[in-house]
Design a protein around this ligand. Sequence first.
Ligand SMILES: NC(=O)c1ccc[n+]([C@@H]2O[C@H](COP(=O)([O-])OP(=O)(O)OC[C@H]3O[C@@H](n4cnc5c(N)ncnc54)[C@H](O)[C@@H]3O)[C@@H](O)[C@H]2O)c1
Ligand SMILES: CCCCC[C@H](O)CC\C=C/C=C/C=C/[C@@H](O)[C@@H](O)CCCC(=O)O
Length: 261
Amino acid sequence: MALTGRIALVTGGAQGIGRAISEALLREGAKVALVDSNPEVARECRGRLEEAFGVGSSLFFECDVTDWAKLQEVFRKTVKHFGHLDIAINNAGINNEKDWQKTINVNLTSLIKGTYLALEHMSRENGKDGGVIINVSSMAAFMHSPHMPVYTATKYGVLGFTKAMAEASAVGNFGVRINVLCPAYVDTPLLQTIDEEDKMGRYFKYKEELRQSMHTYGILDPSLIADGMMMIIKDGSLNGAVMKITASKGIHFQNDEPMSA
Ligand SMILES: NC(=O)c1ccc[n+]([C@@H]2O[C@H](COP(=O)([O-])OP(=O)(O)OC[C@H]3O[C@@H](n4cnc5c(N)ncnc54)[C@H](O)[C@@H]3O)[C@@H](O)[C@H]2O)c1
Ligand SMILES: CCCCC[C@H](O)CC\C=C/C=C/C=C/[C@@H](O)[C@@H](O)CCCC(=O)O
């Protein structure tokens, strides 16, 4: 997929991994709608992106992805403003084991809603031209860590939902490629939540073990995650792919054993 003139929507786009992919897309000539609930980081990000890529190449929406009506409106306004939608990146995510229901709402329920909204605006079923969706999971979907069980559950959920949706898209001829990305630890403000008792809840006592795990597995630069996303966006053969990004193996894919009867 060539990116000049392509239209992307990125949730959690103003910081961390979301910001890195938004910048990568803008660098290659795409236009990007950034959706974020944090007005301060969004303001700073907006200033930087408009300075670097010009006013008009990005659009900012202050929106909490758990607000269904607002999220619907954001997709609608993006399509109205730019004309159509080609790429949706459901990236917004939190680590909050204390308010674990919020973690499920943000990381899983809203990602499912974001996927359905993206399909509404991209699927051939609705007379649209197709596109690509990337859902952000984590290497936590392959590990069993005592440090963040609900976060882990949401990331397993994202993995399963996305693989099933990719098959639904293939079977239903949606023309939309749906893939999932699973990074290991990435150098973003999310990692600082290990020092916050009101986020770690009863698992706060494990924070040094978690820090040790980061030390063992390494911490990646967000630009590497953006590279992986660009690979998925550009490779038209990828649907249902599970991309892992780790310090030891870099960008690579999970290959599942075919299930025997
Ligand atoms: N950083 C890591 O080590 C790591 C590793 C694997 C996967 N991930 C996943 O990558 C994604 C991005 O994480 P990050 O590390 O860039 O985090 P981050 O905290 O640096 O950035 C997340 C962005 O999402 C926004 N956001 C949070 N809740 C939101 C909501 N309800 N509605 C709208 N926007 C919201 C935040 O304001 C922020 O700008 C998450 O899904 C996370 O689980 C992160
Ligand atoms: C404050 C907590 C925020 C959590 C952020 C992340 O989502 C958590 C990422 C979790 C685990 C990372 C593990 C990395 C492992 C690899 O380096 C590797 O050893 C695994 C090998 C498997 C493979 O590459 O296929």
